[in-house]
Design a protein. Sequence first.
Lengths: 275, 275, 244, 244
Amino acid sequence: MIPMPFSKVVPLAGLAALVPDGASVALGGSFLHRGPFALVRELIRQHRTYLEIVKQSPGYDIDILCRAGAVARVRAGIVAMEGHLGLAPAYRRAVERQEIELEEHACMTLTAGLRAAAYGVPFQPVGGVHGSDLPALNQWASVPDPYGSGENVWVIPAIRPDIAVIHVNEANERGDARVYGTSHWDRILSRAAKRVFVVAEKLAPVASFRERPELTLIPGFMVEAVTVVPHGAWPGSCWPLYEVDYPAVETYMQSEGLPEAHLAAAPECREPVHA
Amino acid sequence: MIPMPFSKVVPLAGLAALVPDGASVALGGSFLHRGPFALVRELIRQHRTYLEIVKQSPGYDIDILCRAGAVARVRAGIVAMEGHLGLAPAYRRAVERQEIELEEHACMTLTAGLRAAAYGVPFQPVGGVHGSDLPALNQWASVPDPYGSGENVWVIPAIRPDIAVIHVNEANERGDARVYGTSHWDRILSRAAKRVFVVAEKLAPVASFRERPELTLIPGFMVEAVTVVPHGAWPGSCWPLYEVDYPAVETYMQSEGLPEAHLAAAPECREPVHA
Amino acid sequence: MPERWSAFSYLVTNLARFIRPDEVTFSGVNSTPPMLACLLAKRAYDFDFVYINVAGGVQPTPSVIPRSSSDPVLAEGSTAIFSNEDFYDLCTRGGMDLCFLGAAQVDGLGRTNVSAIGDWHAPKVRLPGGGGGAVMLPTARRAVTWRTEHSRRTLVEKLDFVTAAGGLHGVVTPLAVFELRDGSLALRSWHPEASLVEVQRRTGFAFDATGAAPTPPPGARESAALRSLDPDGQFEREANVALR
Amino acid sequence: MPERWSAFSYLVTNLARFIRPDEVTFSGVNSTPPMLACLLAKRAYDFDFVYINVAGGVQPTPSVIPRSSSDPVLAEGSTAIFSNEDFYDLCTRGGMDLCFLGAAQVDGLGRTNVSAIGDWHAPKVRLPGGGGGAVMLPTARRAVTWRTEHSRRTLVEKLDFVTAAGGLHGVVTPLAVFELRDGSLALRSWHPEASLVEVQRRTGFAFDATGAAPTPPPGARESAALRSLDPDGQFEREANVALR
């Protein structure tokens, strides 16, 4: 039950302040696309620590959080900057040095765990996985089909993040949120997490949601707070508004340590937040 | 794999002819709302028999199919004409006389079985069900949480209909289909069935789907055939085009036996099919 | 002078009185009285709550009140479509505060039968069937049902079939309001034109009546709201409900 | 005179040659060569196939060819958005005909490692991780991978970790094309500027080479299609791939 104030819109700093140290945080988007990167950077500015990050395909977000020493644990399917940018080096180093704990998934096994949480059941069967070393690594159980097919199916325990943060194209002050293009894994993340935060490119009128309610990915009553950060998925993309800023990503990757200049150059520092 | 002809549009009679006697047919919509009723009537005109009907909340469709003797088995959650119209009398009589076999579900247990099929796993856990007589009736199994919560969860075996028939607002000749208002259970039905048929109020230009692809409920490559029947959900509603025709439903309910006059008065007989 | 109850207003209004501020409250298929109760609460009470329904509506503002409680007009004015899988999952994961569910028979433990009268395999009456109950009744935080007939046939010592268990939080009939207390249905109040004895005589299960009293009369805003929802009395006529 | 292969064109074109008419074919994240292969096949071959991708695209017509194989532009022109859950479910229920999946190491049984070099718990190199493989490789009808380096470090006798099993249908490197035969990878063809002996010397697992021959040269339409996708050679430069 979420109380219903007139407006759920808060400043970015206020949204980040709602994330406690040690929280399990699910991040929306995929690789460099429509990630809640402004919120990720703000968590770093606020010196958040011991976070558990849950995301099928993190990259820039997990990398910069590792540089900041903000991460204790990662539950992920595939981690990279992608393509010609290669691996996520700070993340890679943190795992290799055993500074962070990794729970390695296939993207769909992570999703199965999220489905179990969203569906209110303790575990979720998932197709495939047979022959992989991942089940033994993660001590997953297999269950024989009780209906006698002879099939054994791998089941993933429920994964219920404390908070899901989703970057969206448009939200309204009640929290309704919609995205254009693929929703990546954001639907299941928003249903699996205990609390849902939205970072929006812009506020849109409630009336525009009434006109086409089928486009709403997350209904407002499920959303605790919204912040508005134009260009907040930088240096990634937010379709159809902007593309990946590859020079900025490359500059980030060439830097070392906590990327102060990069953090200072981010849109949430450059532009007034429309809240 | 569905071959890709230039157009998947066929006449209503041709679509019905693709449904063999004895097929397991999942029907979209709910009660009197956006059901593929034109196709149901055409199955009756073609004297289809021994059908298995799968639907969470059938009403008019199952009732008229029972009157026609077209049904061998029903897998359903709740069956009624709804509200002041009460029970579905022909269906009720067929069950009471044991002329048809009923697999009684809660709507969500039926959906769990459909999820198992859609996800490619042999069974699907479902919340609740504890204390109900339904599991014993259906010989459902419960599985203890292998992760040691002590919880037992009921699991439903996969339900994979041969065919799902979905009535939609708009389709294009490639089979892409979209609906306005709630999609009821149509998303999971379209993913669980082996074959998907679409009955559309009208054809819309491919370009209009390109403009807002997020609204497409079923991508065309999953659809085998489309037929166009304006007003085809009659005597039910199709939002926002038309409301339930209550006088027609009441006239149907006051008639006995195979409702010839009702069948003859249906829109698919009155209007030329735009195919 | 306070207004008098009609059997219909008693049923709908006492369902509405189960609704609490800010909670997520759901009405489903084949559920005209709770649909009206949710819409009444929106008009009559000072607090807000999240009304979601089986038509996918989230805080809808329907332009007409439909005869079908699953009519798509119930999503009109909604800023989102919350489809069937979505609201069921919300319920099973613990996010549904109040859920209205139908029932044909109710027993003293707040369990329901919506499946069959008589033997399930050779039924005297085949009823609508499982519906939301078996999954939602045990998983919603609170579930409330109604019966238009208050009798030993509907409020029974023993169900012909247990479709759903888990304990209804509340039951409303034209005669009385029950609520769950220590795992059993207890009488909360009765129609002021009836008596405790009448409730006992017409109820098939034994119940605790500690603290029970005549139901407070309809408030002016409750009555006005119901009149506005049913200006020509069509719902009241079609509900066909009587105190006796 | 037939065109010569570049290492890059060999890789992309031979991936494209695994695509068959009318089939549902998928390319995912971190998968530039198969993305290009799917787009090449659309331009170079006479048949159509259902191209779906991780950006939700279904038969898209992207206005630019993105550097990121998960870029949302890959859904441009699509008439539907087929989201991540949707295409994974399609695969696990048996509806994915051809799936391109990444790999760091491949063994002779067509199993893959994308997790770690060295001990998983104390890795020499932490790799991207599970991704699509463990679920898609055993459930897609056919799965095909590629490696930009053909060596005994990448095509190995023994994987450091088995991320995904189930048997790849095909493997393409700048040097050779393998396909699954009786449960093991067999050589189908090798780069015409190399030899069977070179493939054997640079491959860590033993393989059957019955019927293997030099790879047929690129067709004119294949070459033209690849040039149109990479007119200024940016993809070729960034792929940084060589025959030796």
